[in-house]
Design a protein around this ligand. Structure first.
Ligand code: IMP
Ligand code: MG
Length: 187
């Protein structure tokens, strides 16, 4: 069967069931780690982290609240982040004294998260930890300690499950590899 995304899909890297099983495991790990947390806050990095957050929080069985932050890289539209990051939408509330868990879709070069970590640490949270669904270790330029990681993946451009292909297809329940040749042929 063909779908609007079919021409751009080279292969399914992680099917829906694989993703859901892992998200459930991560939720259990987080639940265990934050038994003594009093004011846990999950911070979702928009927009890519949104589907991951909403699935993950169903499996986080300790009381918590959620907040959102959006950042952009200069030269948006490029498929690689540049290292020049800025906050385009900030958190609603102060995080000082709170246990904060950042929820991100993917860590690639590490520049985006490194910037966010620097900004949030300066606000004096009680703790700041990282949960990322995906990581491409071979692309790392800045070291990031990931406390909860879904999957390590190869250096391929992926989409679905929150991740976009030119702002589309974030709704797909699986993670697919982009057929870059098909995409470039279209543009
Ligand atoms: P970094 O700053 O290089 O670590 O890039 C992180 C951000 O780039 C992620 O939050 C994504 O928004 C985006 N990104 C990196 N790799 C991919 C990919 O394969 N597909 C879609 N977005 C990606
Ligand atoms: Mg992102």
């Amino acid at each position: 069967m063909t779908h609007p995304y079919s021409p751009y899909l080279a292969e399914i890297l992680l099917d829906s069931e694989t993703v859901q099983t892992r998200v459930q495991e991560l939720g259990a790990q987080i639940t265990e780690s934050y038994q003594d947390a009093r004011n846990l806050l999950l911070v979702c990095i928009l927009k890519g982290g949104v589907m991951f957050l909403t699935d993950l929080m169903r499996h986080v069985d300790v009381p918590h609240s959620i907040d959102f932050m959006a950042v952009s890289s200069y030269g948006a539209g490029a498929r690689r982040s540049t290292g020049h990051v800025r906050i385009v939408m900030d958190l609603e509330r102060d995080i000082s004294g709170r246990d904060v868990l950042l929820v991100e879709d993917i860590i690639d070069s590490g520049h985006t998260l490194s910037y966010i970590i620097g900004q949030l640490k300066a606000r004096n949270p009680h703790s700041l930890r990282i949960c990322s669904l995906l990581s491409k270790p071979s692309r790392r330029e800045v070291d990031i300690a990931i406390d909860f990681l879904g999957f390590e993946i190869p250096d391929k451009f992926v989409f679905g499950y929150g991740l976009d292909l030119d702002e589309k297809f974030r709704n797909l329940p699986f993670i697919g590899v982009v057929d870059l040749a098909a995409l470039d042929g279209k543009n």
